[in-house]
Design a protein around this ligand. Structure first.
Ligand code: FE
Length: 222
């Protein structure tokens, strides 16, 4: 069995946002798909470790902003590599730093509020959907939310960003591979590029940047 077959599946990338009370939050997902047409149904699978997951479960609502190839790595970092449990991703100062990175000007908007009261991302995206949860399926690590789209619109004509495009063109290139005097083994996170030095990567290792597990690390010998 060659588990690299998993990397041959194709995915889009999305910012999934939710609001609960005064808390606005969002995470990056790669699993929004139209799963039925009559009636129109969109499913999203959200990792239970994401705070956004709990907010969707509680409120039954979210928005999905479709990331385009114009998105910058900072968008993935901001929404994907930190948790809404620890930081307020919609705090004005955090958004200001993000706006500077994405739009080149601080104080510019990177989101607007949709009619359902939930933000959608306007920088580096080409469409958004407002979703209402119809069914939930417990899948262990993730919950599959099967949703009715209550609104959708196109924001830009830029092509959608696939997971493969993110890997090849948006994620920063790793440091040049050379040979160290010690011939150390490097394990590199496929998701964010974080590097761990050591002969064996512990089975329970979690990437400190993006929180993905050992399965997303590849061995690089330099
Ligand atoms: Fe990582």
């Amino acid at each position: 069995m060659d588990t690299k077959a998993m990397y041959k599946l194709s995915y889009g990338l999305f910012v999934c946002t939710a609001v609960q009370g005064a808390k606005k939050n969002g995470c990056i997902i790669n699993t929004a798909i139209q799963v039925a047409s009559e009636p129109n149904r969109i499913s999203i699978a959200v990792n239970k470790a994401n705070f956004t997951h709990d907010m969707i479960k509680e409120t039954g609502k979210c928005n999905i902003s479709v990331i385009s190839i114009e998105a910058k790595f900072e968008l993935f970092k901001h929404f994907g590599f930190q948790s809404g449990r620890d930081v307020d991703k919609f705090a004005p100062d955090a958004l200001d730093a993000l706006a500077t990175a994405l739009n080149g000007s601080s104080g510019s908007a990177i989101y607007e509020n949709a009619e359902n009261g939930i933000p959608y991302i306007t920088a580096g995206t080409n469409a958004y959907f407002s979703l209402k949860v119809e069914q939930e399926v417990n899948l262990g690590s993730h919950t599959l939310f099967i949703c009715e789209p209550t609104f959708m619109t196109v924001l830009s004509q830029a092509p959608s960003c696939t997971y493969e495009y993110y890997q090849s063109n948006i994620k920063p290139k790793p440091q040049a591979v050379g040979t160290t005097s010690k011939g150390e083994t490097i394990w590199r996170c496929r998701i964010c590029g974080y590097e761990y030095v050591g002969e064996e990567l512990p089975d329970d290792f979690i990437c400190p940047i993006c929180k993905h597990g050992k399965v997303d690390f590849e061995k690089i010998v330099r």
